[in-house]
Design a protein around this ligand. Structure first.
Ligand SMILES: [Zn+2]
Length: 452
């Protein structure tokens, strides 16, 4: 979209706030200028009438491991953002690991920005990392534009990103409290995690029980109460923790939580032996737990659904190809690849439970945008960036891992039939495809351009 050009999109099923209704959106110069009824009469350089095809705000995926620089053989900004675009994700927030360097200093952020610049097909923002010993780097990282900080309470799997202990968590949260930036926490308590007793998936699940999440979330709640900082639980897998989170919210603690498509779609009972493409931490638990997570989304205990896209090479999964079932759950890298699939995966199972596209959009666009402090993202509203997705909610299609734009084809969704497909995407008012030259921007907290 060129300077001052205009675009009008009509749809009889537009997600506006908490509603799906007839509407039209008028865009000038990359941003939404008017949101009106379907018959809105305004002259635009270009008019698109989607008819009954729904229009959603672009998905904001606030939990993506791009791994570049340093582990670019796992994933990278070019392919990750093209995959995002294909899946209707118009903004991603990159995690501070597993890149090298990890994003725990301003210099490391500079290295990441240099790696990302010019190759992003969607908008990208960055989390900083909170690790032992980098308290003095946090203010600089915030000034430079990270959207908040990620920390672990348990071994992250890579030595350069060690966990915080309770004291370290409190100190780090105290440091971010004045900025209003969130501390997002991988919440598993190492004292409750054991070595798997065997190679089966059940043994792996048993080694990382719900109580490990519960104890860690208690630690986060007490640190949030102590510091006054905003805390967010990443990839909540144990549904039983919803009550704890709701109680903390009711007590006025600034706490939120996300879960992921894989916890809502799969169940431990159906993970085949050796299929380590299903391995992630915390693990995909049993079907009864999956239903508890859905209830927690329904009652607002869980606020968001994000991919936690965390790919690696097939060999680190212990797999020789796109699957194959020859992996070992004890040694395989933990992480599930799904950036391109999240919206379709979630819609496939949300619709069966009676949720609407507005619910899905709240979980996958509006909340992640607010968590990351990106007020112009995640909504179709006046003043917001013109990032939209046309989504056919009834299209049925089969996932082929090898056809996805992720760097590697390994994904547990390979061969699954999904309902709902992204058909068109607009980024800043321009209709874009993964084949187009990259036009994504690098964003700082607040939505300003990132410059370090
Ligand atoms: Zn993650």
């Amino acid at each position: 979209m060129t300077e001052n050009s205009t675009l009008l999109i009509r749809s009889r099923r537009m997600v506006i706030g908490d509603e799906v209704r007839e509407g039209a959106v008028f865009v000038r110069d990359h941003r939404v200028e008017v949101v009106g009824g379907y018959e809105l009469r305004l002259d635009a350089d270009r008019t698109v009438d989607l008819g009954d095809l729904p229009l959603l705000p672009g998905v904001v995926d606030s939990h993506v491991h791009v791994n570049e620089p340093g582990r670019t053989e796992w994933e990278g900004f070019g392919c990750a953002t093209r995959a995002a675009l294909a899946g209707g994700v118009t903004t991603i927030c990159d995690m501070p690991l597993n890149s090298l360097p990890v994003t725990t200093t301003v210099d490391a952020l500079r290295a990441k920005v240099a790696a990302a610049a010019g190759q992003c097909a969607v908008d990208v923002a960055f989390w900083g990392g909170a690790v032992p010993g980098n308290l003095s780097d946090m203010e600089g990282l915030l000034d430079a534009g990270v959207v908040g900080f990620k920390c672990f309470l348990i071994d992250s799997g890579i030595p350069e990103f060690p966990p915080l202990d309770r004291g370290g968590l409190r100190a780090a949260m105290k440091a971010v409290a004045d900025y209003g930036a969130p501390m997002i926490v991988h919440a598993e308590d190492p004292s409750q995690v054991t070595t798997p007793s065997g190679s089966s998936y059940d043994a792996f699940v048993a080694s990382r029980p719900p109580v490990a999440e519960r104890r860690a979330i208690e630690t986060v709640i007490s640190a949030a109460a102590f510091s006054g900082a905003r805390a967010h639980i990443v990839h909540l897998a144990a549904g039983e923790c919803a009550a704890l989170i709701s109680a903390a919210k009711a007590a006025g603690i600034a706490l939120s939580a996300e879960t992921c498509p894989h916890y809502l779609f799969f169940a431990a009972e159906e993970v085949p032996a050796g299929h380590t493409e299903f391995k992630c931490c915390p693990p995909v638990r049993y079907a009864v737990n999956r239903e508890a997570l859905w209830r927690a989304l329904g009652d607002g205990a869980i606020d968001a659904i994000v991919s936690d896209h965390s790919p690696c090479t097939p060999s680190l999964k212990g797999l020789t190809s796109a699957g194959g079932g020859n992996g070992d759950f004890r040694t395989a890298w933990g992480g599930i690849s799904s950036l391109q699939l999240g919206l379709s995966v979630v819609w496939s199972v949300a619709r069966r439970r009676g949720f609407s596209l507005a619910d899905v959009s709240r979980w996958m666009s509006a909340f992640p945008a607010s968590l990351a402090g990106l007020p112009s993202k995640g909504r179709i509203a006046v003043g917001c960036d013109a990032d939209f997705v046309a989504f056919d909610p009834d299209a049925s299609w089969e996932v082929r891992g090898a056809e996805l734009l992720h760097r590697h084809p390994v994904t547990p969704y390979d061969g699954r039939t999904l309902t709902g497909r992204v058909t068109r995407v607009w980024l800043g008012g321009a209709e874009v495809t993964p084949a187009d030259p990259p036009r994504g921007r690098l964003l700082a907290r607040g939505g300003r351009p990132l410059g370090v």
